[in-house]
Structure formats: structure tokens, C-alpha cells
Design a protein around this ligand. Structure first.
Ligand code: NIG
Ligand code: FE
Length: 417
């Protein structure tokens, strides 16, 4: 069979392969994955079928129907996997930017009825068509940054009907453009305004009225925000246990602003990821490392945007054997940026990751955080042909060109975009 797509003359082909495939990359494996120089990669339809040194390219597989791209000595790598976003929302919070600059904290703004609750008002007021058009607009932006798979949380409806609408919008957005969208149910973002001061009752409503309407085969993850002003560790545990019983995989927002112990709790329940972790302590990091599966999702643009000095201890987490991923956390409150490349740079600058670790964190380990590691995140025969051709000659340049978008061409499922 002739190749349908061939990318030749890759100066560096970042394969992200080479380590055991049985668990997310940790420790030295985050760094030691394979880079092929002067290489090619070939696809048939939506699958990668071959890769290797240019000298070993089998010219008999190049036919009249083969689309050939010449990388001209530049870097080719897997599509970025964005494993934590709040894609679907109405309005924006530009008006709160000024309050933040004048010194109001994230939790102060939330407690005054702003923050997440302000986006909830705008989201409830928006029609399903408007929400879809916003989500598609943001997805187009993500694709320009080379994001080929993206997780999309609900969480700005906070009532049964609107939360289900947000999940539907994420699913529809996935159907209407080429990047893969993975919906997550985050109805437990904060207690809905109708349940002010009654978080446990709100969670009970979600568990009995909303979770039964969701199919874990289509909406694989349930997430919760464990924080002061949101949900306690005890409430979070109970809700996550209920979700697990219904067949959902688990995620948590934890240790973002305080060390409450939510991340280690979720890891003991077998969560696929525990996200934020800026305030994670060493004993809890060791507990997470011990389970060998739970990925800590680092969100370095969030402390930057919230004017916080505390960043998740990336270097220490890696030393402790914790698998880390990196994401933007794209949302209107704590990170209105889709620039995952910038997040990689800030992870290097403020969390102590090396460029190779950061690249693994935004590809293969991010795929593990979505339980899609057998399908995406590395360049290996059999995996989906999600590829990026970058406008740099060396992977070390990627986090170095601060704030730039290195993407020259995006391939999703074997189709050049
Ligand atoms: O992941 N921390 C909780 N949720 C989001 C922010 C949501 C918002 O402020 O609108 C986050 O940072
Ligand atoms: Fe988030």
C-alpha cells in the first residue's frame, strides 16, 4: 500500500517513544525519549505506519496519491494534547482584570459573587448556538497552536439543565471540526448560586439527577474543584466515589490555593489526574508517586495570571517519581490563554522542567491524563497521525522563543490542515 502522507527531511523527529508503555513517563524516562535526526514519518489514512532515518525510506511506498511534505531540516513532533480546559462558557471576565491588578484575590472576587459565578450568569444567558460558536472559535485558536486533542470541561452552568447543555456543546464542537474533543463533567465547580451555603445538597443533586443522564462512554471524566469556597476534601471524596461507581474516571482540581489534601485523596481513589497542585506538600507527592498512574497536571499560566508567587514544585515532583503533564487550564478567570507553548516555557522557567520534560508533559503524559495513551501523544506505528511541523531546527528552541507559536503545519488524523 502506498503512503497517503509522507513528511521527509525532518531535522529532528521527536518520537516521544522509547520508554515502557505501561505507565506515564516519570523520572529519567521523561527526559530520555528518542529524537531521530534526518528522519521521515509516513502515514496511511489516519494512522502512522512507518518512521525512521531518511536513508531507510522505502521509495516503493511513494505513489501518485502520496502527499509529500518536506520539513526542510526542521522539527516534527506529535500534536499537542491539551488535557485541561474549560472550553465552553459565555462572556469573558476582562472587567475583573482591573480588580485583580488593584490587589483583589481570586477567592475575594469569587466570594463577592464575581469570578466563576459571573461567568455562570453569562453562560446561562447565552443560547446553545452562541455557546457552540464561541467554543468553535476557541477551538480554531487552539488548532493554530497545534492542539490536536483537547479536554473540555463543563462547569459554568451549575444547574442540571445548563450543565447538560455545556456537555452537549463540547460534544457538538468535537463533531464540527477536526481536533478531538474529550468532554469532562465539572458540574461540581462551585455550589450553584441556588445552593449557596449548601454544597453537600448541591453535590447530591448532581449525583442523583445529572450523573445518571451522562454516559461514561461519551463523557469519560468527572471532575470537582476541591478548595475553600468550593468543596471540602470530604465532600469531594464522597462525590468522586459516587461518580466512580457509575463508571466515570476521576479528576480533581486540588491544592490550587491551599494545601487541603484533595490531590492525594483523589489519587487513592485512582484518579487519572490531579490538577493544579501548586500547594502540594512532599508527603502527598510521595503518595501520588506511589500509585504509579495518577498524573499531576501542571498549569503554570494560572499562578502567573492570578499574580501568585507559588508554582507547583515541578522539579521536586519529577524527582519524587510523579508523572507530570502540562496544560493551559484555558478559562475566562484564571487563564484566558490558549498558548500551550507559553505554558511550556513558564513550566521551564518557574517549575524547573527541562525542555524535553516539558515536551513529554504536553504530549504523551497529557495523553495519559486523558487515558488516550495508546492512541495519541507519541509518534509510533499504529498511533493516530496527529503531527506538527514546527518552524524551528532544534527542540531546545521551543520553550526558548517565549510566547511565540512555532507551528508551521498541523496534521490531524492524517489530514494536512
Ligand atoms: O481551573 N479553579 C477552578 N476553576 C478554574 C477557574 C475557573 C474560573 O475562574 O472561571 C481553574 O483555574
Ligand atoms: Fe481548571
Amino acid at each position: 500500500m502506498p503512503y497517503t502522507l509522507l513528511i521527509r527531511n525532518c531535522g529532528q523527529l521527536l518520537t516521544l517513544s522509547g520508554a515502557a508503555a505501561s505507565q506515564p513517563l516519570t523520572g529519567a524516562a521523561l527526559h530520555n525519549w528518542q529524537v531521530l535526526t534526518d528522519a521521515y514519518i509516513a502515514c496511511e489514512q489516519d494512522r502512522i505506519v512507518a518512521l525512521g532515518p531518511m536513508a531507510e525510506l522505502d521509495a516503493t511506498r511513494i505513489g501518485p496519491g502520496t502527499r509529500v511534505l518536506d520539513a526542510g531540516g526542521r522539527v516534527v513532533m506529535p500534536g499537542l494534547v491539551e488535557c485541561h480546559t474549560h472550553l465552553v462558557f459565555g462572556g469573558n471576565r476582562a472587567h475583573e482584570f482591573q480588580r485583580k491588578l488593584q490587589g483583589e484575590s481570586y477567592l475575594d472576587i469569587l466570594a463577592s459573587g464575581g469570578g466563576i459565578l459571573s461567568t455562570v450568569r453569562a453562560t446561562r444567558a447565552a443560547s446553545e448556538a452562541e455557546l457552540l460558536s464561541n467554543a468553535l472559535h476557541h477551538l480554531a485558536g487552539f488548532r493554530r497552536y497545534g492542539i490536536t486533542t483537547l479536554e473540555a470541561k463543563s462547569g459554568y452552568g451549575l444547574d442540571a439543565e445548563t450543565e447538560l447543555r455545556l456537555v452537549r456543546v463540547a460534544q457538538e464542537a468535537g463533531r464540527q471540526q477536526p481536533a478531538r474533543v474529550v468532554p469532562t463533567f465539572l458540574g461540581a465547580h462551585v455550589p450553584g448560586p441556588e445552593y449557596k451555603g449548601r454544597p453537600a445538597e448541591y453535590l447530591q443533586m448532581l449525583a442523583t439527577e445529572v450523573l445518571p443522564q451522562l454516559d461514561p462512554a461519551e463523557v469519560p471524566f468527572v471532575d470537582i474543584f476541591c478548595e475553600e469556597g468550593a468543596f471540602s476534601v470530604k465532600e469531594s471524596r464522597q462525590f468522586l466515589e459516587q461518580a466512580r461507581q457509575r463508571g466515570f474516571q476521576l479528576k480533581i482540581h486540588a491544592e490550587q490555593l491551599h494545601d487541603l489534601g484533595g490531590a492525594a485523596m483523589a489519587a487513592t481513589l485512582g484518579a487519572v489526574s490531579v490538577d493544579h497542585c501548586d500547594y502540594l506538600n512532599e508527603a502527598d507527592a510521595a503518595r501520588i508517586a506511589a500509585n504509579g498512574r495518577t498524573v499531576v497536571v501542571l498549569l503554570p499560566l494560572v499562578p502567573l495570571f492570578l499574580r501568585q508567587d507559588v508554582y507547583a514544585p515541578g522539579r521536586r515532583l519529577i524527582k519524587a517519581g510523579v508523572p507530570v503533564a502540562i496544560s493551559t487550564d484555558f478559562n475566562p478567570g484564571s487563564c484566558p490563554s490558549k498558548n500551550l507553548w507559553l505554558a511550556l516555557s513558564v513550566a521551564c522557567l518557574k517549575m524547573g522542567l527541562t525542555p524535553k520534560e516539558a515536551l513529554a508533559a504536553a504530549t504523551l503524559n497529557a495523553a495519559w491524563a486523558l487515558n488516550l495513551q495508546t492512541e495519541i501523544g507519541s509518534l509510533e506505528p499504529g498511533k493516530r497521525a496527529d503531527l506538527l511541523l514546527l518552524d524551528v531546527q532544534d527542540y531546545e528552541e521551543i520553550p526558548y522563543w517565549l510566547g511565540e507559536n512555532p507551528v508551521q503545519q498541523v496534521v490531524i488524523g492524517g489530514e494536512v490542515q
